[in-house]
Design a protein around this ligand. Structure first.
Ligand code: F6P
Length: 345
């Protein structure tokens, strides 16, 4: 029997997912390999919900945001008999492996399934860019571009009203989107989890600008940053099925803006970029990277080379150990942060 491969997209959606799906389906079709697209991530696997895909379905989808297979944050490892249900689903469809496209949570599940003897291949997907063993994840470029453009634009209203503008940026536990968009846009203070500034220091920097005759400030704030002087009990936040805090519920941007206004007397507003960062059409970079990763994942599947994650090393697409990739979070390094410090004045 010809090889059959399953594919799913799981976790928070991100621009470029459809490019990966197209890459996998097109590459497999070249070798007459059949691809079964599960609906809504691991939920579709458990409930055997999906359909057989063909090249007509993936024609021209690379420019569309989101995922045509839809997604969910279903955690099969938290379900009774989850791994057994995955095996049953694969067996009943005659699938040799599943190409799991997702962030650290999805790939963590894929790795646990590999350790239980189930053949999986991972494709790293997240706007957060926090996955180890790949220089970039697709989706990040689109999100960081959106944040950059937003902060460029916000300068006009901030400057007209002589205000401080706090911009809350996604990224979960890391500050990749905030730091890179801060370097690229006209940002004056960059606050990220890896190198957090205290409330006192943020206020000092903002005040100094006004004392120097610069009458407005843009503060780029990564959503998970803990700010000394603005303490809170994170345990009050809800967690998702993988145990991640739901950071958008923190209202950290609003709280920081209120504290800056109170401490400096400067009129301050906040804006939450939110899910717009994950929405809309992917950039060229994300479309091309997604396609290349999809092609590589299909090649691994056809070579029966499981337990791997595809990634970008420099300009080359490589296969790395899935276990190693999910072992550690990739954080913003001091060198990049220092450049942001130099640029943000
Ligand atoms: O992991 C991607 C991400 O967009 C994070 O940056 C953010 O904290 C989270 O997902 C939001 O999750 P949800 O879409 O479930 O609100």
């Amino acid at each position: 029997m010809a090889i059959r491969v399953g594919i799913l997209t799981s976790g928070g959606d991100c621009p470029g997912l459809n490019a990966v799906i197209r890459g996998v389906v097109e590459r497999c079709a070249m070798q007459d390999v059949k691809v079964f697209g599960y609906h809504e991530g691991w939920r579709g696997v458990i409930e055997q919900d999906g359909h057989w895909m063909d090249t007509a379905e993936v024609e021209s989808i690379q420019g569309r945001g989101g995922t045509i297979l839809r997604t969910s944050r279903t955690n099969v490892m938290k379900m009774e008999n989850g791994p057994a249900l995955v095996r049953r689903s694969m067996e009943s469809l005659g699938l040799e492996c599943i190409v799991a496209i997702g962030g650290d949570d999805t790939l963590g599940v894929a790795n646990q399934l590999v350790e239980l003897g189930q053949p999986m291949i991972g494709v790293p997907q997240t706007i957060d860019n926090d996955l180890n063993c790949t220089d970039y994840t697709f989706g990040f470029d689109t999100a960081a571009n959106m944040a950059m453009r937003a902060m460029d634009d916000l300068c006009t209203t901030a400057s007209s009203h002589s205000r401080v503008m706090v911009v809350e940026i996604m990224g979960r536990n890391t500050g990749w989107i905030a730091v890179q968009s801060a370097i690229a846009a006209n940002v004056n203070v960059c606050v990220i989890p890896e190198f957090p500034l205290s409330l006192e220091e943020i206020c000092r920097r903002v005040k100094k600008r006004y004392d120097e005759g610069k009458h407005y400030s843009i503060v780029a704030l990564a959503e998970a940053t803990r700010i000394k002087g603005l303490d809170e009990d994170l345990e009050r936040l809800e967690k998702d099925s993988f145990g991640n805090y739901k950071y958008p519920e923190r209202n950290i941007g609003q709280r920081l803006a209120e504290a800056i206004e109170e401490k400096t007397g400067l009129e301050t507003r906040h804006i939450v970029l939110g899910h717009l960062q994950r929405s809309g059409a992917p950039t060229l970079f994300d479309r091309v990277l997604g396609t290349r990763l999809g092609v590589k994942a299909a090649d691994l599947a056809m070579a029966h080379d499981y337990g791997k994650m595809v990634g970008l090393a420099g300009t080359t697409v490589v296969a790395v150990s899935l276990k190693e990739a999910v072992n550690m979070r990739k954080e913003v390094d001091a060198e990049l942060y220092e450049i942001a410090e130099m640029c943000c004045r």
